[in-house]
Every structure is written in C-alpha cells, then in structure tokens.
Unconditional design. Structure first.
Ligand SMILES: NCc1[nH]cc(CCC(=O)O)c1CC(=O)O
Length: 302
C-alpha cells in the first residue's frame, strides 16, 4: 500500500488525534503517503438533545464507517471511549495506541480543587458518570448540562456560566490546554470511563493490508487494560444512559480492574474490584461486572 486515507471528525481534538496517528504511521513506514479525510457526524451536529436519546455514542462513528465501506477511506481514528462496546458491522480495531492521562480534570478560574468549591457551586458536565461521581462526593453542588467540543466547553466556563467544569485530562493536554487543569480527579475516588485517554484505529474487518500497516502502533498494555474495561461495561449493558466507570491497570502479569455503577440523580454508587491474569482481560471484566450486580448495581441499570 502506498497511500492510506484516514477518516476523522473535524473537531480540533479529533484532528489532533488523527494527525498523531498519521505521524506515527509515517514514522513506522517511511515513504507511505497518509491523507486525512475530515467529516462531520450527526453526533457533532445535534447539540441540543441528550446523546442517549438520539442514538448514543455510535453517532460519532457512522459517517466514518460509511466512508470506509464506500472506499473513500481505509481507516477511521476515534477516541476509544466513544467507540461502542460492541462494534457493529464488518469492522475491527486495527490498533489501540498508548493511553495518555486517563483521568478527569477539574477546571475552574476561581477554585483550585473540587474540595474548595463553595456550597452549592455550579458545575458543568453532561456526562452521567461525572454527575454521579460529583454527587457522590459533593451532594450540595448544582450540576448543569454542558455539551460541545473542548473549546466550546472552556468558553462557556470563561463566560461565567459555571464555577467549574469537568472534562478529560487527555483532551485538554492534546490541545495544549494542560495548564487549565486545576486538579486531576484520580482513581479510586474518581473512576474514568472505559478507555478514556486512548486513541483507536478502526478498519474494515479482515482488511489484511490495513491491519498490517497499523500493527506497529498497537500498545499492548493499553489494549489489554481497555479490553477488560470495555468487557465490564459491555456486560452491564453499557451505554451513555447509565453512569458506568471502569479503570484497569497492568503490573507485571496481573491486570487489576476497578468498576463502578452510579446514579446521576442521587449520587448513589456501587463499587467493585478484582485482579486476574493478563491473558484473560474479558474474564476479569466479567468478574467485576458480576461483583457489581451482586452488590446491587442491577437496581441502577435499565
Ligand atoms: N466525550 C467526548 C470525548 N471523547 C474523548 C474525549 C477526551 C479524550 C479521551 O478520553 O481520549 C472527550 C472529551 C471529554 O470527555 O472531555
């Protein structure tokens, strides 16, 4: 293959991530021509309705997948967090790149940490997981919706619509906005969404030439951790309708996984933790999912 076309969304973050993949590809295959094919998805256009109601996270993939099926692109670059737990149709993940900071960021112009927020402060996030975790730690906060890309969210904070907002550290850092992070909300207190901070490449299932090109970009430890996180989330019926958090780490030949199911309205949370052999990430995901259900998570699930 002399040339490869990468489908991408048009947001600044998506373009950064795709340029990053392109640079890694050129490095691995000197002489390879890499072209970006930017496109808008329905998920980018519909900003006024809850994502869960207009079709969920798959909305950010559809147009990119159609481009691959029609031969207008060979692969698509995504935040793995936005990729449905079950890829639909004839697609597979060609690579999962090394994960950046997986945690959420507390961003505010006046307050240095979640703890320092005054009683009843206004915090912006539309993520049900972030809402549930914020409620669990600070039941007094006023949680307000906040959609749009990273720069839009920061502009709304700066305009005074919120006292603080919460978004992914990885997105801020990739856009050169790491200085806006006041506090990193780390595990086990604040558990991220499955695969947060990881970039993935999707291609047509069985497309051997494309799979071979991306193989050198795959990061084994990130792939293993995100397999466990995504398996747990999938088994709990994961979608953006329910707050589900999953965070795995790898030490030596053991994978550890922390899971959480919450209620965005009440801040009630159920937690689970287990570790297992590196060879069986899906089994570990299943173990923690079972543990969460045994501890009452099913009452919070649809
Ligand atoms: N939901 C949108 C989204 N998808 C991926 C990221 C950040 C980058 C990443 O997690 O890899 C973001 C923004 C955010 O959650 O603040």
């Amino acid at each position: 293959m002399e040339k490869i076309r990468l489908a991408t969304r048009e947001s600044a973050l998506a373009l950064w991530q795709t340029e990053h993949v392109a640079a890694r590809l050129r490095e691995a295959h000197p002489g390879l021509e890499v072209e970006l094919v930017p496109m808008t998805t329905r998920g980018d256009q519909v900003l006024d309705q809850p994502l869960a109601e207009i079709g969920g996270k798959g909305l950010f993939l559809k147009e990119l997948e159609v481009a691959m099926l029609e031969g207008r692109a060979d692969a698509a670059v995504h935040s793995l967090k936005d990729v449905p737990m079950e890829l639909e149709g004839p697609f597979e993940l060609a690579a999962v790149l090394e994960r950046a900071d997986p945690f959420d960021a507390f961003v505010s112009n006046q307050f240095a940490s979640l703890e320092e927020l005054p009683f009843g402060a206004r915090v912006g996030t539309s993520s049900l997981r972030r809402q549930a975790l914020l409620r669990a730690h600070r039941p007094d906060l006023k949680l307000l919706d906040l959609r749009g890309n990273v720069n839009t969210r920061l502009a709304k904070l700066d305009a005074g619509d919120y006292d603080a907002i919460v978004l992914a550290c990885a997105g801020l850092e990739r856009l050169g906005l790491g200085a806006r992070i006041r506090e990193r909300l780390q595990a086990p207190r604040f558990i991220p969404a499955a695969a947060q901070g990881a970039v993935a490449v999707e291609c047509r299932q069985g497309d051997a030439a494309t799979l071979a090109l991306f193989a050198p970009l795959d990061h084994e430890s990130t792939r293993l951790c995100t397999r466990a996180e995504r398996a747990m989330t999938r088994l709990l019926g994961g979608s953006c309708r329910v707050p589900i958090a999953a965070y795995a780490t790898l030490k030596g030949d053991r994978l550890s996984l922390e899971g959480l199911v919450g209620d965005a309205k009440t801040g009630q949370t159920v937690r689970g933790y287990a570790s297992g052999p590196v060879a069986e990430p899906e089994k570990l995901g299943e173990q923690v999912a079972d543990m969460l259900v045994a501890r009452g998570a099913d009452a919070l699930l649809p």
